[in-house]
Design a binder for this molecule. Structure first.
Ligand code: HEC
Ligand code: HEC
Ligand code: HEC
Ligand code: HEC
Length: 231
């Protein structure tokens, strides 16, 4: 009798252990995780402060081995956007259908890392403070139901053509709004491979890279209108 009681207690305990173990194992697979430390103390120009937001990770990015088999490309990057700079749609299933996002999304998108179930690295969001993610990012429902239109997708600036001389730092060819936090898109395993830089440790990006000025883009137009008024 005594033995039966002990045995059944043991059986209960081991079932409990198993349930707990499976539960925490499955839970553990959920989060993307890169073990990195972070402490920051930097002199900062207020309008450029976001440039430094991920600079605590710069050395880790520099020394991280690259996983060649799971890289995003510029083609897939633009494919998922209505036009360059538009919010990308969510290309994966989302658990909480009614929530606005927040922590549900940030567990993977704040620091990135490999996500086994999507077989990809989560891209790091440049704006973790905008917690109503689904205000701007919507789930992909279908790729076939809509008819093609004549919507003209503005071409993106061409990577590799933005420097004055070979070897000089290219100008920033894109707007800075929503793109203040450079390292989120230009470093790490979740970054597009054509955009990933070899110098993430030079954390003061805008010391060398200046925004392209619109008046130079339109210089031809400017000269033309000027000459017509002179005629
Ligand atoms: C379990 C981790 C995980 C969670 C949770 C998660 N994502 Fe993702 N997300 C990923 C991964 C991994 C990718 C990359 C998919 C790929 O490249 O195929 C991705 C891709 C994206 C992209 C596309 C980015 C681009 O540049 O094309 C958007 C947008 C996005 N997620 C938004 C969200 C939002 C909003 C939420 C919350 C509602 C969310 N994600 C929750 C892992 C996650
Ligand atoms: C106010 C609108 C807005 C909100 C809110 C917002 N996003 Fe974005 N998000 C954008 C836009 C616009 C882009 C594209 C930026 C670009 O390409 O210049 C973007 C880009 C991204 C990317 C792609 C980065 C890359 O490297 O390709 C991810 C991932 C992402 N957002 C996740 C999130 C998550 C997670 C949240 C919630 C915590 C969120 N976003 C909230 C507008 C928003
Ligand atoms: C939302 C993601 C994102 C963020 C954040 C971002 N960039 Fe970019 N960057 C891109 C993309 C995409 C391109 C390719 C051209 C394009 O589509 O605008 C690019 C192109 C560039 C180029 C030109 C590269 C070449 O070879 O021609 C430079 C320089 C650059 N970015 C610098 C910066 C700096 C500096 C910051 C921070 C102030 C920054 N970027 C923030 C996505 C981003
Ligand atoms: C000390 C000056 C300096 C700083 C600081 C700097 N860069 Fe660069 N960057 C350069 C130069 C020079 C090149 C051109 C390299 C070449 O053509 O071989 C370059 C190239 C690039 C390119 C084009 C792609 C490539 O790798 O050639 C991008 C994108 C870029 N930098 C982004 C950044 C970002 C993001 C930061 C901040 C983390 C940054 N840079 C900080 C000088 C700098």
């Amino acid at each position: 009798m005594k033995r039966a009681v002990i045995l059944s207690i043991l059986a209960l305990l081991s079932i409990g252990f198993l349930i707990n173990w499976i539960y925490s194992y499955e839970k553990g697979r959920e989060d993307a995780y890169i073990p990195i430390s972070k402490d920051k103390e930097l002199p900062i120009i207020p309008s450029e402060s976001a440039v430094f937001e991920r600079s605590g990770f710069a050395l880790e990015y520099l020394n991280m081995p690259m996983d060649e088999n799971h890289q995003r490309t510029l083609d897939t990057y633009y494919e998922n956007r209505a036009y360059p700079g538009a919010p990308p749609s969510i290309p994966h299933p989302v658990k909480e259908k009614l929530g606005m996002g927040g922590v549900t999304c940030l567990q993977c998108h704040q620091n990135g890392g490999f996500v086994e179930k999507f077989n990809a690295y989560a891209p790091v969001t440049p704006h973790p403070e905008m917690i109503n993610c689904k205000q701007c990012h919507v789930e992909q429902r279908t790729r076939s139901r809509f008819k093609a239109t004549h919507f003209y997708k503005k071409p993106a600036p061409i990577v590799g053509t933005n420097n004055a001389l070979p070897g000089s730092p290219p100008v920033i060819p894109h707007q800075l709004q929503m793109r203040e936090n450079c390292l989120s898109c230009h470093a790490g395993p979740g970054a597009v491979k054509e955009l990933r830089i070899d110098h993430p440790e030079r954390i003061n990006c805008r010391q060398c890279h200046v925004p392209r000025k619109r008046q130079y883009e339109n210089i031809e137009l400017f000269v033309r209108t000027n000459s017509t008024t002179n005629d």
